[in-house]
Write a protein that binds this ligand. Structure first.
Ligand code: TRP
Length: 450
């Protein structure tokens, strides 16, 4: 077991779990999951998503935490410490780059959530309000200055939490925000499922129809599982290094997965019944949350209140995920450049503001700049989700399966023999990490490429 390099750590296991759930629950759950469900045949997609998450994603999540807690440093340091080879440091740097790419478009959408939260607070979406939600959204995201202003605001909020530190910033805010997030989504869900005509939405979510399910849906389910659990970008390696030695990592992995998945399904229950109650096509796509929902709020009893609750939830979910992405970059820079937390956070913020601007403008004035038919914003999303996170996940399982090896893996998940993990379960987890996960990831990657 390597000596722990990080100074600031989580004070309790609950703090660690709350922060990791904060990272996992984000725009992926509220913005992406519902529209992917809508585009890929409802319940059929959910079933496959659940299977992939349980069988493949959870063991990878555990593998990341093993590297982090055993290595006890930044992702780069942890990879080197657990593998005993300097070359593995590259895997940590790839993770940092991945987070940077995700963050570049994530803060733009984060900025949109701030804008929509303020709009909802001004009662713009209350019942009877006349809005052209399509024009409102496309006019806003396609303009130059306003979305950049809101993205900058979102970055400042993230940096503020990061600068306060792991314990007082990340841990404290996560412990507050996570329970609140569940309360909010449950309240909205209750409103949504009690609308007349909501039953069709529930049926859509829970009655499988495999006729819309294609091979691409399978890939989408795998990609979404990775994105939603924040895998393949060293997030759990970074948070793993802040985890108490006594924590039961296997149990934590289960709690994090179940919470994130449960939240995604709750988000589906909050959104789909309302979409069906108002006779809207569920496969609307990425505009579902920012275009369709505002329209629905203006027609729904208690719509104004629901819009406020919804956009608070969306904002908090985005913020806590953004904090985790930012922390991976900050922790990495602190290690690589040997600088203080404040300096590392400042550098990250400045560079991120620039790349965030480019992503934001690519929805408007820079729209004509496309790479392989996608604007820069979509390209960042595509490259990080389909390529970099997959690569990161592969490196993680190879490192744990083939370099950390079984005895050290067993030692880490049992915290040196003090935590009980049923032997058959531990064997299965290690088998998945060593053989099954690499095969699944490689096959998926090849099928995306060809
Ligand atoms: N999981 C987050 C979401 O669902 C996104 C996210 C946060 C993320 N941190 C990450 C994705 C690290 C990959 C890696 O919105």
């Amino acid at each position: 077991m390597a000596e722990r390099r990080v100074k600031d750590s989580f004070t309790s296991n609950f703090g660690m779990v709350a922060a990791a759930i904060g990272s996992a629950i984000g725009l992926g759950n509220l913005w992406r999951f519902p529209y992917l469900v809508g585009q890929n045949g409802g319940a059929a997609f959910i079933i496959v998503y659940l299977a992939i998450t349980l069988l493949i994603a959870t063991p990878i999540l555990l593998a990341e935490m093993v590297i982090g807690r055993r290595g006890g440093g930044s992702p780069r340091e942890s990879y080197i410490a657990v593998s005993g080879r300097k070359g593995w440091g590259v895997a940590g740097i790839i993770g940092m780059v991945t987070c940077f790419m995700i963050m570049s478009f994530y803060v733009v959408v984060g900025g949109w959530t701030v804008k929509y939260l303020l709009l909802s607070l001004s009662m713009a979406f209350s019942r009877g309000a006349q809005i052209d939600s399509v024009g409102l959204f496309s006019g806003f995201v396609g303009s130059s200055f306003p979305p950049i202003f809101y993205a900058a605001l979102f970055i400042i909020l993230t940096v503020a939490i990061i600068c306060v530190g792991v314990q007082k910033g990340i841990e404290k805010t996560s412990k507050l925000m996570m329970p609140l997030l569940f309360v909010l989504i449950i309240l909205i869900g209750i409103r949504s499922v009690t609308l007349p005509g909501a039953g069709a939405g529930l049926e859509y979510l829970f009655k499988p129809d495999f006729s819309h399910f294609t091979f691409d849906s399978l890939l989408a389910a795998l990609g979404q599982s990775f994105f939603s659990l924040s895998l393949g970008a060293c997030m759990l390696i970074t948070y793993g290094a802040y985890t108490p030695r006594s924590s039961n990592l296997t149990k934590n992995a289960a709690i994090i997965t179940v919470s994130d998945t449960f939240f995604a399904v709750l988000a589906g229950c909050a959104i789909m019944p309302a979409v069906f109650a108002f006779g809207i096509n569920p496969s609307e796509g990425a505009g579902l949350v920012f275009v369709t929902l505002p329209q629905i709020f203006t027609q729904m009893p208690l719509g104004g209140l629901c819009s406020i609750l919804f956009f608070i939830a969306l904002f908090l979910a985005a913020l806590s995920s953004s904090v985790s992405l930012f922390e991976v970059i900050t922790a990495s820079l602190m290690d690589i450049c040997r600088i203080s937390r404040g300096k590392a956070a400042a550098i990250t913020a400045v560079v991120l503001t620039l790349t965030g601007c480019v992503c934001s403008l690519s929805q408007g004035v820079l729209k004509h700049i496309t790479i392989a038919g996608m604007n820069i914003f979509d390209q960042f999303d595509y490259l990080s989700s389909n390529f970099l996170m997959t690569l990161g996940g592969l490196l993680t399982v190879i490192c744990v399966g083939w370099f950390v090896k079984k005895p050290a893996f067993m030692d880490e998940i049992t915290s040196g023999g003090t935590v009980k993990v049923p032997r058959p379960l531990a064997e299965i987890l290690f088998f998945v990490i060593k053989y099954a996960a690499p095969v699944v990831i490689i096959v998926t990657a090849l099928s995306i490429i060809f």
